[in-house]
Design a protein around this ligand. Structure first.
Ligand SMILES: [Zn+2]
Length: 149
């Protein structure tokens, strides 16, 4: 199970696994198909009826980030996070700057490219993220429609 793997990493690097951290990890794992901001994560923990303060969420995200367990990017001024270890390989993200939709698109040759880079530079790649930013089909049509008015 991914969460226990992450918790092991936390333990071996000297961080304790509190029940609050466990809940935050569970929510991140459950939402591994999308990116969450600290605020969205906070909202989800509240729905879960656990009393986790926003500062605990920021602290936990900071620790996970420090241990390279998070993939993040900033979208419309908000930083969004996803557990790196749960991301599927050979996938890129198409991220709409207007409606925040994130499409996962498979790239069949990504593994080959990764291998080629590792061979060429002797670099051991442990994770990566490939994000394309722009406008989804729906939003780009709306943008076009607006420019005619
Ligand atoms: Zn869109």
């Amino acid at each position: 199970m991914e969460i226990s793997r992450i918790e092991n990493k936390l333990k071996t690097t000297g961080y304790s696994i509190t029940s609050k951290r466990h809940i935050i990890l569970q929510i991140l794992a459950l939402n591994d198909d999308k990116y969450l901001s600290a605020q969205e994560l906070y909202q989800l923990t509240k729905d879960n009826e656990s009393r986790i303060g926003i500062s605990t969420i920021y602290r936990t995200l900071h620790i996970l980030d420090k241990l390279n367990l998070l993939t993040k990017f900033s979208l419309n001024g908000a930083i969004k996070y996803q557990l790196t270890s749960l991301r599927h390989m050979n996938i890129c993200h198409l991220i709409c700057l207007n409606c925040d939709t994130i499409l996962k698109v498979p790239i069949p040759d990504l593994d080959k490219l990764k291998q080629a880079i590792m061979n060429e530079y002797g670099f051991d790649i442990t994770s990566y993220s490939l994000n394309f930013f722009g406008y989804c089909k729906k939003c780009s049509q709306e943008v076009k429609a607006c420019s005619f008015t």
